[in-house]
Design a protein around this ligand. Sequence first.
Ligand code: ADP
Ligand code: ZN
Length: 433
Amino acid sequence: MHTYHQPQIETMPPEELRKLQDERLKAQVKHVYESVPHYRQLMDEKGVKPEDIRGVDDLWKLPFTSKADLRECYPDGMLAIPKSECVRIHSTSGTTGKRVIAYYNQHDIDLWEDCCARAIVAAGGSAEDVCQVCYGYGLFTGGFGLHGGSQKVGCLTLPMSSGNTARQIQFMQDLGATILCCTPSYAAYIGETVKEMGIKPEDLKLKAGIFGAEAWSDEMRADIEKSLGLKAYNIYGLTELSGPGVSFECEQQDGMHINEDHFIAEIIDPETGAVLPDGTQGELVFTAITRQAFPVIRYRTRDICVLHRGKCSCGRTFVKMGRPMGRTDDMLIIRGVNVFPSQIEAVLIQQGYSSNYQIVVDRVRNTDTFDVYVEMNPEQFSDAVRKITLHERALVEAMRSMLGISPSVHLVAPKSIARSEGKAVRVVDKRKI
Ligand code: ADP
Ligand code: ZN
C-alpha cells in the first residue's frame, strides 16, 4: 500500500495534470504581465502577449529569467503582489554571488509546506514519526521548509537548526528521532561523530533521512545509510521556487519526482537556449505556476540534469529528475578540461575514502594548478610515508581516467579538512582571470 500526502494530485493521470498546468500557466502569465514591469518589458521585447500563451505547448515563446534578472530587481522589483500581503521573505545562501530575496504570501507558504510534506510522506513519514530538522533556520529555506512540511504530516517536529552536533545526537537518542532532515554533508558528519561516540546505528531509531540542498553522490548515500542505519532520500529545491521540495525521491530512491502541479520543468541547451527532449542532459528551467508573491517564469537554475518520464512503481505520475550533476557555474575549467566536483567525489568514495575533500585551483605562470586534498582513513594514518605515496598515486590514476587530466593528490590527516553544518565548501578557486 502506497501512501501520499495529496493522493489525487500526486497520482493524477498525465492528461489531467497537463490540463491543470495549461490553466495555471495561462493565469500566471497574465498575472506577471500585469503586475511585474520587468516581465512585461521582457515579453514586449520578445513580442509575446499573455493571450499567445494557451498552455504548456506555448511555454517556449516566453523569455527566460536568469539569476542576473533577479539580482537586478533586488530587493523587490519582481514582487507581483502588494508587499502588505506578504508574510515572509527568504534568501538564497549566496553560494554563487549576491543574494536573491524571495517573497511569500500565506498561500505560497502553504503550497511550499505541502511540497515538503509530500517528500516526508514519500520517505515513509507519518504522524507517528519524530522528525529532527537540522537544516539551518533563518533566511536559508531548508529549516523552515522541512519544518512546515513535518508539521503538516503531523510528525513531532524537533526544530534543531544546524550545529552543536553533540546536542543533535543527544536529542536524537533521548527523543527517539525517526526522520533526519539536513544537508548530506552534515548527515555524513553526524554519522562520523556517532561512530566516534561509540554509538551503533541500531542504537538509534532513525529510519529515513531527507537530504538535499547540495550535490551528493550515490556512493555518499550508501555511506550515510550505513553509518546512521537509515534510508537516505534526496530532496531538491531552490529559494527562487520556494525552497526544498520542488522535487523529492520516493521509495525507489531513483530520481526525484517534480511537483508538477506547481512547477513546470524544461531542459534546455545552456548555450543556445533550445528546449531539449526528455532523457537529454541539459540545464534545468522552471516555471512556477501557482506562487503568487514571487512567481518566476522560465527560471534558469544553472543546474545540469536529465528528466525521465514514465511509470514509477510508487504510483506517482510526476516526471522525475536525475541527480543534478553540478551547476553550470560549479563546473571548473582546468587546463581546458571540464571538471565537476561530483566526479572527484565519486572516485574518492569508490576507493573507500570519505567525502571530506577540497579542490584548490590556482594559476602559476599561465598554467592551472589542480590540487585535491583528501582525508586519509584512520587506518592509513599510521602507514609509512612510502605506502601513503602509493595511495596518492592510485588516486591520481583513478582521477586521470575519470577526468582526462591529473590533479596532485595530497592525503592529509583525518579531520583536518573543515566540516560543514550546511552546504560544504569543496572548491577554492584562486585564479584571477
Ligand atoms: P544558492 O544558489 O545561493 O545556493 P539556494 O540555497 O536556494 O541558493 O540553493 C539552491 C541550489 O542548491 C540549487 O540550484 C542546486 O544547485 C542546489 N541543490 C539543492 N538541492 C540539491 C540536490 N538535492 N542535489 C544537488 N544540488 C542541489
Ligand atoms: Zn516514484
